[in-house]
Design a protein around this ligand. Structure first.
Ligand SMILES: [Zn+2]
Length: 197
């Protein structure tokens, strides 16, 4: 499992001398699994440069969206693989986030906000909804288990396990939210127990 951070900023992209070290792009993490699968966590502006790399391949791209806030989806129109004819793009969305998240992702490509319309893309964009079961993405030897975030508008965290190596992606979460938490402190401790990264 190889993890590369392509975007680590929240709210908006922040280029400039103060963000050179960790970069100024919004949320996007690439996980290359040992079996060759590419997992892309969120589609903030960091996904643009990742797209240049993944455009060299022809295998399916698996995008897991944590939630629909703009800084997690705004890079999608600039992701090169979506312009590759017949490239398979699987977009994994928790039903806790709902179809609204999918429409948010694609409505930014409606011809008004962006010149290319989603329905004109030559790639195959497959939404993959996952309901109340805990696994969001699963293949032999790979398990991605989700957990609800404490965040306005909701969202999910991901715990990714492949052959005993485990990482977790818990973004935008409040440990002590003002209202009733979707996941309380003890549940987070349990969910993240034993994670390597
Ligand atoms: Zn957010």
């Amino acid at each position: 499992m190889v993890i590369t951070f392509h975007g680590v900023r929240g709210s908006t992209a922040t280029p400039g001398p103060f963000t050179v070290k960790y970069g100024g792009n919004t949320s996007c993490v690439h996980i290359e699994l040992d079996n060759g699968d590419d997992l892309v966590l969120d589609a903030g502006t960091g996904i643009r440069m990742l797209g240049k790399k993944l455009a060299q391949k022809s295998t399916p791209v698996n995008i897991l969206l944590s939630h629909g806030h703009w800084d997690h989806i705004q890079g999608y129109p600039f992701f090169d693989p979506i312009y590759q004819p017949d490239r398979d793009i699987h977009v994994y969305i928790s039903l806790q986030s709902g179809r609204k998240l999918l429409s948010t992702l694609f409505s930014q490509m409606d011809g008004t906000h962006f010149p290319v319309r989603a329905e004109d893309l030559p790639s195959n964009n497959f939404p993959k909804f996952r309901g109340i079961e805990s696994e969001l993405y699963e293949r032999e030897g790979i398990h991605v288990v989700k957990q609800p975030l404490n965040h306005p508008g909701g969202g999910v965290a991901f715990r990714i396990n492949e052959n005993g190596a485990t990482c977790a992606y818990v973004t935008d979460n409040e440990l002590d939210p003002p209202g009733k938490p979707a996941t309380n402190y003890d549940q987070w401790v349990n969910y993240l127990h034993g994670v390597d990264v």
